[in-house]
Write a protein that binds this ligand. Structure first.
Ligand code: 5GP
Ligand code: ZN
Length: 136
């Protein structure tokens, strides 16, 4: 895609701090890290949303993601790690090319994922479950 920043990084028009590359996947440091070592795993095929992506591209990302996560843990002596994947502006997606964030975590690193969990109102769990299963 001509105006996609991640496609430009993939084809070398924009420089990046590359960690790993193969025929299907590129891995590089996020330019504005939440925590130092914040890494992006990106399929080389342009696709906007997770559900648009070819299964083979996601499988390739998954294998690389595991390997790079292990490297962040040992190489940066991380104590934990978040995998974050945003789809759509409402979910915080800024770059419309599927990508996975790998964020190494340390006690006191100041990063808190806002997660305001609350119970379902009466009957809502069953209705939600039925809608998802009907669409699957
Ligand atoms: P999103 O909000 O779409 O899930 O995440 C996009 C990420 O891409 C952000 O964390 C942002 O810092 C990162 N990003 C945006 N532009 C560039 C760039 O030109 N180079 C690199 N390395 N990261 C970028
Ligand atoms: Zn793209």
């Amino acid at each position: 895609m001509a105006d996609c920043i991640f496609c430009m990084i993939i084809d070398g028009r924009i420089p990046s701090a590359k960690i790993y590359e193969d025929a299907r996947v590129l891995v590089f440091l996020d330019i504005n890290p939440v925590v130092p070592g914040h890494t992006l795993v990106v399929p080389k095929t342009h696709c906007r949303m997770l559900w648009d992506a070819p299964t083979e591209a996601l499988e390739a990302c998954s294998a690389v993601l595991k390997r790079v996560a292990a490297a962040l843990m040992t190489g940066l002596a991380a104590e934990g790690l978040n995998v974050v994947q945003n789809n759509g502006a409402v979910a915080g997606q800024e770059i419309e090319h599927v990508h996975f964030h790998l964020i190494p975590r340390y006690r006191g690193d100041g990063f808190k994922v806002p997660w305001p969990a609350r119970p379902y109102p009466e009957g809502a769990l069953e209705r939600t479950l039925a809608k998802i299963k009907a669409a699957l």
